[in-house]
Design a protein around this ligand. Sequence first.
Ligand code: ADP
Ligand code: MG
Ligand code: MG
Length: 878
Amino acid sequence: MRIYDFEQGDGKNKKLLGGKGAGLCEMTRIGLPVPPGFVITTEVCLEYYRGGEKLPKDLMDEVRQHVTTIENKVGKGFGDPKNPLLVSVRSGAALSMPGMMDTILNLGLNSETAAGLAEQTRDERFSYDCYRRFIQLFSKIAMQADGEKFDEKFEQYKERYKANYDTELTPAALKEITKEFKQLCKEETGKDFPNEPYKQLEMAIEAVFRSWMGKRAVDYRKFNKITPDMASGTAVNVQTMVFGNRGTDSATGVAFTRDPGTGENIFYGEYLTNAQGEDVVAGIRTPKPIIEMRKELPQSYEELCRVREILEKHYKEIQDFEFTIERGKLYLLQTRNGKMNALATIKTSVDMYNDGIIAKNEALLRIRPEQIEQLLHKTIDPKYAAKPVASGLAASPGAASGKVVFDADTAAELGEREEKVILVREETKPEDIHGFFAAQGVLTSRGGKTSHAAVVARGMGKPCVSGCEQIKIDSHLKLFSIGEQSVKEGDIITVDGSTGSVYLGSVPTIEPELPKELTQVLQWADERRKLGVRANADTPEDAKKAREFGAEGIGLCRTERMFNAVDRLPIVQRMILAEDDEEKNAALATLLPIQRKDFIEIFKAMNGLPVTVRLLDPPLHEFLPSMEGLLREIADMKMKNMDTREKENILRKVKGLAEVNPMMGHRGIRLGITNPEIYEMQTRAIIEAVAELIKQGYDVKPEIMIPQVSLASELNAVRQKLENVTREVMEEKGVRVKYSFGTMTEVVRSCLTADKIAGFAEFFSFGTNDLTQGTFSFSREDAENKFLPRYLAEGILMNNPFETLDKDGVGRLMRIAIEDGRKVRPDLKVGICGEHGGDPESVRFCSMIGLDYVSCSVYRVPIARLAAAQEAAKTVDL
Ligand code: ADP
Ligand code: MG
Ligand code: MG
């Protein structure tokens, strides 16, 4: 069937009937007052394109039959001058798509029917107002005339007749305008304005189909990743006109069944009296809040309140609906699920459960996990109308103000003095880490949402705006410019990582208040999910925050972040630069108690919960100054006749450590093989920390994780050495320490040989960042800066694989590893600690393939809790 009357259509089938059409059918079916009409399906739209942009041959015959049905229902005739039927022609795809076609109202009017309508309604003003609106819209939409020309002409008339509002124009003036408009149409398009109603209808239907492939619509679908299986083709709705512009007992408006901003259970909406649909949206007149209708049109208001209740009970979702009142009679013209912010979505879900409208599972499934993040961070005070001076990517949510600094050392220095700073860099590197700790927020001019700056900032829960290309940074002069404006070091700026905006000066922020409904929802989520949720945390502060957010352990504690702290780096450098074992051991001995203290603090904070400590991962050169920097320094020193031997020594070492591809270089377990003392020191620090805490009555569950493992034999070699250390410490301390050894599973080979590796590992934790790089042979930063955007724009990749787990490739490797690993060791614990652990879609996948837990940055813990519950809620009916 190509065409469905509203009574016939399946209100659930949005794909076939479009969202608007399905809504109209459904509302008709449940007995709400919907003006009669029919839907031409989205399949006809596809047929139109298959046929070379032609309407199917006999379509108009079918249309005529359905128009006749309407004629019989409403007792009017399409094109009948005595009693004309007018219709609207409305587009509507499966998903709402702004940028598609505008609606054509009042179709069916021509000189004869307009005159007839005037006579029949005894209202010339009304009739010619409808007619001029129709010519205007139809010319623009169906005949591609320039709409502004009509607006200009209309304004001229208003001036000429001294009319402030449309409603003040006399019937005669309006009549004159319709003539002028038809003339204008001819001038603009070279074609006569069609008089014959069925010709008008045919042209309007075609225009709707054409709009599906209009540039705005195509761009919108691309940008919003709307694939053909989500929405393919638009439907056309042809519907009897009802008139909100028939006097003061007529009106048109839009309403939400609850407040979409706060979620409060109050009726929310706006209306205009004596107006037609587009007036509300166009903002020509300011609409009134719905509550005023209670006085102005009390009976209609009461009816609307009843409709509000019926719609919500029926759809079990907040509805956003459109209505028109024609001389006191209410009609519904559209309904759809209301778009709400995070707070409102959560609040209404809990309220609707409490009211018995929906089940817990439905409440859980309605909330998009990523929305939660909005509620956890500081935000710009909405009362303060600040204007951003630049904008970049919303890379890590939250807002913060501080003094601009251009390097990590200065940030750290000022941070020591408790000054608030914003670190501004072209892009950040691992050695900037101490600057992150000190900064309130980060702004970079390059890099995407998964750039180093973004990832680290998210991990710390600090605001970050990345890829802000409008700012030009000169780190030597210590300033950046935005167009003409320049901002110096020490000037105050505000960054809002939730929106990507940058402001000059300090903008007041407000602390989020966790709504009690969120706590409630997360508690429901915990009841349902089977997947554990841990946090990636490197400091005791993060560990505490993680617990607050409901983390059940730390899944990744990166020790190199401890090495990078300002007070440690010199010692680490001494260790790396050591000429002999004695020097090296001395440096390590200095580091040992510092590391032990780090671990003590973190273990304490996580009392009773597991903590996975990853032994040193990055290549050693990352802890040394850069080659260019050294060369410059040496040149400077030489000019001043200074002794450069020490610097040259460092330079030699840096050159020696330099690698062509550090990502695949001398790092992780490979360092464990070549520099066993480092891992031995770290292991000693861990076990000593545990031993001490056990004596103090703490319950510590350490898990020692070795990164970059690709061979069972290398793991075995390292593990044996480390077990000698653990044994030694336990003997020294006279305490038995329970711990486990495992691997960060991030190398393709380790997935493929998981059965062998599991022989030496009690747990696997997927490091999906590196695993994704290895699987695609994409180096992340390069990929994101150079070619990934193109892949995404052209739809070659649907998602950035560094944000959302590549299920087919990386996911397959994970499945293999889990299956083979558990064959050898049935109780093998499996988790994930890459960025993906906090991405809702990836979390659902992890739950599906049987991981024990995900570990993600602290602020994503609540997101992961909900996403995990959603996967469980889908499979069990609770
Ligand atoms: P959009 O997709 O932009 O919301 P609609 O098809 O809903 O477009 O039309 C816009 C407005 O036109 C509606 O809100 C309604 O006020 C008005 N409208 C559409 N069809 C009719 C109709 N049959 N009778 C009266 N007004 C209508
Ligand atoms: Mg609408
Ligand atoms: Mg890694």
